[in-house]
Write a protein that binds this ligand. Structure first.
Ligand code: GDP
Ligand code: MG
Ligand code: ZN
Length: 323
């Protein structure tokens, strides 16, 4: 049977089949040995092949089974394993789109945060939709700022939406954008992630990004991602307990590859190891000077290059709200 991993507690994986039946599965032993330097061979979001086995029981009441194979992943999000520093832990796999909820007011999301998030998502091959929420609070200046942001980010290939959970602005468009996708919501605390999820699926009593009481009671310090169905095949992956995401290891000469508007220009720089900062014959700088690259994006590039910005934002819902 084919199914999708919707939650995991380390040893057990809950797999939902296309017939909406859930199985508590274990992974065949030889699987674990197959080389990969990850602490978990299977992650939430993975598409897997399972075999029902009545002898297997997790005590959860679900029928038991074995995961016998995993489909190739289109992308995955990883972090360094807590205990074994050389190993990585796959947090979630096969994310169709990450939604970065941003604020222009109450709170404001720094633009450097947006760009760092986008760089990280590019490195992970996860498409992004930017959501400017709380549009009911926008005054004329913020509205102008929103239009400027949407022009800049749409130009380089990102989807940009404006929403309000108060008056319903843009919620229909957001639903359309999410439809049929496995989504991940991120954004700094207070921007309205929980409110948006509640708007989208009021029937679901999920508290995205918040560690549930049951998790807190457990002795595990690590919590695991969980997939929730919103409607149809539309789902959201929640990743409680993970604050930082700064595990994308890229070298400085790779950085421009994660700026879509710079990527295509790179072959035209005079020097193949151009940092696009002060070299002569730099195609990126020429594009900035000619207005083909937004100055704020170039500034973010330089900030990240010099590591002067705030720590990398999480591609995962962050935990700042937890006291
Ligand atoms: N005015 C306004 N307030 C909002 C909107 N969305 C959320 N809020 C409020 O912003 C605060 C933080 O929202 P919450 O969903 O908890 O943010 P989270 O930390 O990103 O999950 C709450 O008081 C919400 O009621 C919105 O579209 N407009
Ligand atoms: Mg929240
Ligand atoms: Zn250059």
């Amino acid at each position: 049977m084919k199914g999708r991993v919707i939650s995991s507690t380390g040893n057990w994986y809950e797999v939902e089949t296309s017939a909406s039946q859930s199985f508590a599965c274990k992974v065949k032993g030889n699987f674990r040995l197959k080389g990969l330097k990850t602490t978990n061979p299977v992650a939430v979001g993975d598409w897997v092949e399972i075999e029902h086995d009545p002898r297997i029981s997790s005590g959860s009441g679900m029928p038991g089974g074995w995961i016998t194979s995993i489909d190739e992943r289109r992308n995955c999000i990883i972090r360094k394993s807590v205990n074994l520093s050389k190993q990585t832990h796959v947090i979630a796999a096969n994310i169709d789109m990450a939604f970065l909820v941003a604020g222009l007011t109450q709170p404001r999301t720094p633009q450097g945060f947006l760009d760092r998030f986008l760089v990280t998502a590019e490195a992970y091959h996860v498409p992004v939709c930017l959501i400017f929420n709380k549009s009911d609070l926008f005054d004329a200046d913020m509205q102008a700022e929103y239009l400027e942001y949407s022009r800049i980010y749409r130009d380089i290939g990102y989807r940009v939406l404006r929403t309000s959970t108060m008056d319903g602005d843009g919620i229909g468009e957001l639903k359309e954008t999410m439809d049929g996708k496995t989504c991940l919501f991120a954004g700094n605390s207070g921007v309205g992630k929980s409110a948006l999820i509640h708007c989208l699926a009021p029937q679901l009593n999920i508290r995205i990004g918040e560690i549930s009481q049951t998790h807190l009671k457990g002795k595990h310090t690590t919590t695991y991602a969980q997939m929730y169905k919103l409607w149809g095949s539309t789902a959201i992956i929640d990743t409680p307990g993970i604050k930082e995401f700064g595990m994308v290891q890229f070298t400085k000469d790779e950085l421009a590859l994660y700026f879509p508007e710079m990527k295509e220009l790179l072959p035209h720089c005079r020097f193949s190891n151009c940092t696009h900062e002060h070299e002569p014959g730099c195609a990126v700088k020429a594009a900035v000077n000619e207005g083909r690259i937004a100055p704020i994006r170039y500034k973010s590039y330089l900030n990240i290059l010099h590591g002067e910005e705030v720590p990398a934002p999480s591609l995962l819902d962050n935990r700042q709200e937890r006291k």
